[in-house]
Design a protein around this ligand. Structure first.
Ligand code: VL7
Length: 135
């Protein structure tokens, strides 16, 4: 029985976000603004169906998917690329592969000590974010 990711999570740390943003070709001015943000994740999990919202004062991003079902993802408001994405369970971790123009792109979520972890990766860059449950 997989863990429950549902809830509202506030960002605690954001390591190498800059490297990740450079890898997906975010321009300098946007990176300077984005780098200051403390984002919030709002996750709804209904069995193997998910909606994940990434919220900030600057931009929001939302995606919905079912585990194991490939979907067309447009990273709207981020780098605006089209990906064929699929999310799978690897144990209790959620592993997303985002197939598209950029190599080795995807993300992994897991929960440890009631904190939500997110590794965002693209090419040779990994950004690690940690979130705590909204009090
Ligand atoms: C993760 C942002 C930086 C552009 C704005 C920054 C706005 C808030 O794939 C993601 O989440 C997954 C896993 O949790 C679920 O959809 C999106 C956000 C990556 C990359 C791009 C800078 C401009 C940040 C939206």
């Amino acid at each position: 029985m997989p863990v429950d990711y549902s809830g509202t999570w506030n960002m605690l740390s954001n390591d190498n976000f800059e490297g990740y943003m450079v890898a997906i070709n975010i321009d300098f001015a946007t990176r300077k603004i984005a780098g200051l943000l403390k984002t919030q994740k709002v996750i709804r999990q209904d069995g193997d169906s998910f909606t994940m919202k990434t919220l900030s004062t600057f931009r929001n991003y939302s995606s919905s998917f079912k585990i194991g079902v490939e979907f067309d993802e447009v990273t709207q408001g981020l780098d605006n690329r089209k990906c064929k994405s699929v999310v799978n369970w690897v144990g209790d971790k959620m592993v997303c592969v985002q197939k598209g123009e950029k190599g080795n792109r995807g993300w992994t979520h897991w929960i440890e000590d009631d904190q939500l972890y997110l590794d965002l990766y693209c090419e040779d860059q990994v950004c690690q974010q940690i979130y705590e449950r909204k009090p």
